[in-house]
Write a protein that binds this ligand. Structure first.
Ligand code: G6D
Length: 350
């Protein structure tokens, strides 16, 4: 087990960005930045033992600052969209940044993805980790309450990455965090994700409107383009003339997870043999098929991005729940701790 640190660059503010790399006994390597708590690289083997990167990212800080569609980032205070960029708690209205049309997305102009996190290294015999902490001031991005936030990343020798989120505020508030990594198991982006076989253990999917705001409808997936219960290639139905897929240019939907299953989602790449299992304590996963990725982005290793070159499985609470009558909503009282945990296991089909 090794924990390496190296200088990665400087923000425009002059703040230093450090890259932390965790290496386990099987030589699985995961790199993180103190900027945005970003997962910058995940290096895992294919069935023949070839180690390659399986997440989208940049190799310089300026691109992360200026061009990133949340590559690998911690997202918060609220993952997803808040309709009309406002919400109420006990009759008080809170106005957020409208940074996605009329709506708010992913914590605002300077969400958790764009702050410097304080990093504490964790070194144990059978795992390594990083404890990242940030104090979000009262009113930051329009959200109430001074909030102590902590994200702990753990890499163990079972080739599992565990992500634990925790936050406590001194005022009544809302919080719903996730990690926004884009995965591509082909390795070094050799292929897009359309041949990846995806399983999502979810019987219902949330429909969205033309601004990708939930309509409040939770619809059975059975025999629909949203049915991933038995595993299917992402490319099988993605371009079908289904109204919801046309609206989002692919998948960009919240799936309500069936908690009785051993895993929440599984991604398999037949060609490389790589598999990843996602297990979460959160009720929802947003599957986003990288519909808006474009060829304007030059990624690490000088690879040009393209539509659907990466997929996101954003585990979280119900999106926009504070504004959705039909969704369970959670308002945190002062001192009440928010927690969320998602584990990703990397292995091959050998
Ligand atoms: C698009 O709608 C999608 C979001 O879900 C995603 O997080 C973002 O691109 C990066 O807006």
């Amino acid at each position: 087990m090794k924990l390496l640190t190296e200088y990665f660059g400087e923000l425009k503010t002059g703040e230093e960005v450090i890259k932390f790399t965790l290496v386990n006994k099987n030589n699985i390597k995961i790199s993180f930045l103190n900027y945005g708590g970003i997962i910058q690289e995940i290096i895992v083997p294919d069935r023949s033992g070839k180690y390659e990167n399986i997440v989208l990212g940049f190799d310089n800080i300026r691109d992360y600052e200026e061009k990133s569609p949340y590559f690998g980032a911690i997202v918060g205070r609220i993952a997803g969209r808040i309709s009309k960029a406002k919400f109420q708690i006990d009759g008080d209205e809170y106005i957020l940044a409208s940074n996605n049309g009329m709506n708010h997305i992913h914590g605002g102009i300077k969400g958790f993805d764009k702050v410097i996190w304080c990093v504490k290294e964790i070194k144990k015999t059978d795992y390594l980790g990083l404890e990242m902490s940030y104090i979000s001031p009262d009113g930051e991005e329009g959200f109430p309450g001074k909030m102590n936030v902590k994200v702990t990343y753990i890499l163990n020798n079972n080739n599992e990455l565990e992500m634990k989120f925790s936050a406590v505020s001194d005022k009544k508030t809302i919080i719903n965090m996730t990690n926004h990594s884009y995965f591509n198991l082909s390795g070094n982006l050799n292929d897009d994700i359309l041949n990846h076989k995806l399983t999502i253990n979810a019987a219902k999917v949330g429909f969205v409107d033309e601004e990708t705001i939930p309509t409040g409808e939770l619809v059975d997936v059975e025999n629909s383009v949203f049915d991933f219960t038995k595993g299917k290639k992402i490319g099988l139905d993605i371009d079908k003339k289904a109204e919801q897929l046309i609206k989002c240019g692919g998948y960009d939907h919240p799936f309500v997870l069936d908690k009785r299953q051993a895993f929440s989602a599984r991604v398999e790449d037949e060609k490389s043999g790589r598999i990843m299992d996602v297990i979460t304590d959160q009720p929802v996963v947003v599957f986003y098929s990288g519909n808006q990725l474009g060829e304007d982005l030059i990624l690490s290793e000088n690879i040009r991005a393209k539509k659907r070159i990466g997929l996101c499985l954003e585990t979280q609470d119900y999106p926009d729940s504070i504004n959705q009558e039909s969704f369970p909503k959670k308002i945190y009282n002062p001192g009440e701790r928010y927690t969320a945990c998602t584990k990703i296991k990397f292995y091959t089909d050998l």
